[in-house]
Write a protein that binds this ligand. Sequence first.
Ligand code: NAD
Ligand code: DAU
Length: 332
Amino acid sequence: MARLLVTGGAGFIGSNFVHHVIENTDHTVTVLDKLTYAGNRASLAGLPEDRVELVVGDVADAPLVNDLFSRHDAVVHYAAESHNDNSLDNPHPFLKTNVIGTYTLLEAARQHDVRLHHISTDEVYGDLALDDPQRFTETTAYNPSSPYSSTKAASDMLVRAWVRSFGVRATISNCSNNYGPYQHVEKFIPRQITNVIRGIRPKLYGTGQNVRDWIHADDHSSAVLTILDRGVIGETYLIGADGEENNRDVVETILELMGEDRSEYDLVTDRAGHDLRYAIDSTRLRRELGWEPAFTSFREGLESTIAWYRENEDWWAGAKDGVEAFYASKGQ
Ligand code: NAD
Ligand code: DAU
């Protein structure tokens, strides 16, 4: 049994991880989350109170972070500003949370010699051509495109430097696009599902040719637990489930699964600097640590995600109008 501190545990992937830990281990969890627009207490509802505690606070608050590190065995760091479109609108909070926040955690890990796992993204590698046979690996050069991905790249570099210079016991994982329950309606898949529920036509950026490599959030969680248990300190592991799909196919599949005509969507203004394709080669994680994803069918994963949004309208309804107003102001 370990005492885990999970930053950003009231967000999408962090809350999925907390549910996964409670269901699959005997660890206790303290969530440190600022409850920004992206954090939601309701994502932790129903979890046992004797094993899960929520501390509302900022990862850049050094005294708070130091106190929490002194009382935990390991830290999994999910907290971030996570949305590319928001980073194009106002990069400042991305610098503060993703860079200064990670620095604050690293200094606490150094002071208290606490094991840290840093959650990052495949976007640090930039993008690939549609016909490129290569996929991202642990040795691909960093080449981030957006304010969001450049702050995540900076945070990865800080972790590497603190490992090498100060002996901090940290690992890093870079994962591909997640989908599943508890994802904010600003993101692609929940936006389209909730659009269909509300009778709004789905919105596809540009021509919809961009490719993302989808993984169910629960598979991301099992990979992170695997790295926490067996990962080598100082190493980076790429997490992906061979789930490449272009955005047009995703929207058409959502429409079909929701009983609508596959052509009932709009093409809207493209994202500035829009990365074309992401693709992860997760051979290292599979071979060296023995991890395998449990969700093998994207279509079935989408079906269960659609069912979750249909059944949990209370969870997302409050955010929907504001998100659509923001996108409408940008022609998206
Ligand atoms: P999210 O936006 O859904 O959740 C982020 C959480 O962090 C929220 O609960 C928010 O309240 C909290 N937070 C933000 N600023 C904070 C601060 N200063 N202090 C404390 N808490 C703060 O994000 P997500 O999609 O769940 O992503 C989680 C992590 O996974 C991020 O580090 C992201 O870069 C990474 N990641 C995401 C994906 C994806 O597909 N969503 C893929 C790979 C990696
Ligand atoms: O690859 C990992 C990254 O995946 C994470 O690091 C990010 O935190 C996460 O947000 C996600 O980034 P993307 O920019 O790929 O995700 P998003 O859901 O915003 O968009 C997915 C794709 O869908 C992208 O090509 C843009 C497109 N899109 C998005 C929206 C919101 C649309 O076509 N229409 C939309 O309405």
